[in-house]
Design a protein around this ligand. Structure first.
Ligand SMILES: [Zn+2]
Length: 88
């Protein structure tokens, strides 16, 4: 679909305080889901390799791992860039 939708499409996230669906307008994300700006709809995630390491290091499952281990994990689990050698 080109352009923005005529009617408001609700955010698909769940509100923390009552567990109901969020009432704000959703933005189409890369995954294909509609998420509002408050729940991270505009975020595209970390771009650089160092940024990816820093963000993963804050997660519970990577807390005790070293930077080299996380770098190995990122290289193993991410798709290769198709735009050329100038992107990380
Ligand atoms: Zn929301």
């Amino acid at each position: 679909m080109v352009g923005r939708p005529k009617k408001k499409i609700q955010c698909q996230a769940v509100r923390k305080y009552d567990g109901q669906q969020c009432q704000a307008k959703g933005i189409l994300t890369k995954k294909g889901t509609y998420i509002c700006r408050y729940h991270g709809g505009k975020s595209t995630g970390p771009k650089s390799f160092i940024g990816k390491i820093i963000s993963l290091k804050k997660l519970k499952q990577f807390k005790n791992k070293s930077y080299e281990e996380i770098a190995k994990y990122i290289k193993k689990n991410t798709r290769k860039a198709t735009a050329g050698p100038f992107i990380n």
